[in-house]
Design a protein around this ligand. Sequence first.
Ligand code: AMP
Length: 620
Amino acid sequence: MSTFQELGLNNDLLQAITDLGFVKPSEVQEKAIPILLKSETDLVALAQTGTGKTAAFGFPMLEKIDIDSRTTQGLILSPTRELCLQITNEMKQYGKYCKGLNVVAIYGGSSITDQAREVKRGAQIIVATPGRMKDMISRRLVDISKIQYSVLDEADEMLNMGFKEDITDILSHTPEDKNTWLFSATMPREVATIAKKFMNNPQEITVGNKNESTSNVSHEYYLVNARDRYQALKRLSDANPDIFSVIFCRTKRDTQKVAENLIEDGYSAGALHGDLSQNQRDLVMKSFRNQQIQMLVATDVAARGIDVDDITHVINYQLPDEIETYTHRSGRTGRAGKKGVSMVIVSKSEVRKIKSIERIIKKQFEKKDIPDGADICEVQLMSLANKIHNTEINHEIDKHLSSINELFADTDKDELIKKFFSVEFTRFYNYYNKSKNLNIAEGSFDRDSGREGGRGFGGKSDSTRYFINVGGKDGFDWMKLKDFLKEVLELGRDDVFKVEVKDSFSFFNTENEIKEKVLAFFTDYKHDGRFVNVEVSENRGGGGRRDGKRGGGRRDDKRGGGRREDRRSGSGSRSDRRGGGDSYSKSRRSGGDSNSGSDRPRRSDSGSSSGPSRPRRSRR
Ligand code: AMP
């Protein structure tokens, strides 16, 4: 293992490194720095966030640029504003003894004029998000025609976020002979294509295996019924009293809802997603960094670039659509040499994805049980005991001691301890006493195929079958309908299944836990000018023939569906539907509402905060 000195860094940088308390180079630094210092080369580096990659490209860039010149020589592109600011901040710290150095951050959501003014003062290095950078180039507010070094940081994330064209455009304004250093946690095909297109014979370094998760993170999964997901989340938190975590949800709506429920239930939680204003996001992040928030519930996009070193747990409340995203999620913990745990709460229909993730991260998951009430009570009790044991005495109490002693004159030590602990513990005990076991056995379930032995797919107890009043006549086939539903409902790849398209109506399934969301969405949704009606079908589907001619007959057989049948025939063809739009939509809507009262299930426990609230926990 080399020292920073042996890597060949100059004294200004070495002094800053000492100030920062970096003792030895991390693996990516040890591999990248000598290459970048010694040669003018392109580089592809596969490294996770948290491995010290900013310094791996930052030190060589600072060493190589001419600080006496005011020309912009280095350009670092990063996917998010958060990350852009972090990199800028790190670069400033690394270069704090490089007199005359000016590193400028360019990102959206902040004054473009101020940023342009900063650049004009002479920025040797610009750290930018692609969108704002492109904007500034088109307005001629920056000149990157003399760039010598460009960095594509978190390249996989930038491509995921749809920045490919922006990056191409930006790089077209830079010299052909510059060096490009690409850093990426994963190596999907798109990143390889970018590397091929923009780079000249790049050297490649890999920290760990490609796409592999860091060795500091252990991976666990918990198999529960989809409706128990929220309860499971609460138990995982309660079983880890000092948790400091990011909880990932798939949609903005779920993120907001889970965070609100947690707050209502007494947890110190906050939401981070794209529907919040920049100011709200900044406030949440500030509270999280200060550890005033223990549970940050976030979408993948909003959580990109979160660089907080002490995160103890990442909880996958739902798995991501793209399983590669799991690597990014789990990389939020286990940073800067610390240990972390990445937990996944899965229902039976998702558990097969665990195998695929294991293949990608090249790590085994451990299947664990959601702790039961007694376990949680014990953990909480011992945590409280430790806290009390380690508490510094407040001597303001001394003057009240004689009165307190008088009160407890007849109480022996054991009794006193029990009474004292009961103040806090009883609330947990009452909540968890007689709580049910949330775990479901894998049993005959085959994790590889995702199927339950002996039951048809449509017979799954945790999925709902729906009727929808659009079909082949509306231009849908099963794939188009699936895509349409996924898009309007903001669902993931596997969330809509068992899609069967008929002429003027269709059926599909989702998991029970999103039933309310599906039904609520379609109470008032128009497609091609007419209301789309979705209702729960009592026909579970799936058991019958592939051609859809099932023995059980039509969806509405069991519902005395005369009225609905009329409505459906009224919506059978486009011309029918387009005429009479108003009266049609009115009757449809009132019909839908009156049906919904009796047909739709009452709000389930999942995701709701019904039931006893968790005892309030004090802030850290
Ligand atoms: P990065 O992967 O660049 O986001 O770095 C993750 C964290 O590790 C940051 O807080 C860095 O300041 C820190 N770091 C980077 N290099 C080292 C090092 N050699 N020793 C200790 N900490 C480091």
